[in-house]
Write a protein of this length. Structure first.
Length: 83
């Protein structure tokens, strides 16, 4: 992770993204991409390299699905409204 400060390109993108709630929805292609889904909102970074695996390790219950950004946004806003 890193922090970028006072970069005009980043500042401009940030203003567009936050200034217009529909900006990302309207500018992402309407094609399905892979995304991770979790039953408990816990997302864990992991690798399944057998030679480095701890014996008690088990794969997270997350699964990989395909959806468009619009589908993802609808689900995210729906869940946010129910919190």
């Amino acid at each position: 992770p890193f922090i970028i400060r006072n970069d005009p390109n980043v500042m401009g993108a940030s203003k567009r993204w936050y200034g217009d709630p529909n900006y990302l929805r309207d500018n992402f292609p309407d094609e399905k991409v892979f995304t991770e889904r979790s039953p408990n909102n816990h997302f864990m970074f992991y690798t399944e390299k057998k030679k480095h695996r701890v014996e008690s390790w088990s794969r997270p219950k997350n699964d990989i699905i395909e959806m468009t950004y619009r589908e993802w946004l609808e689900r995210a806003l729906e869940r946010e409204a129910n919190v």
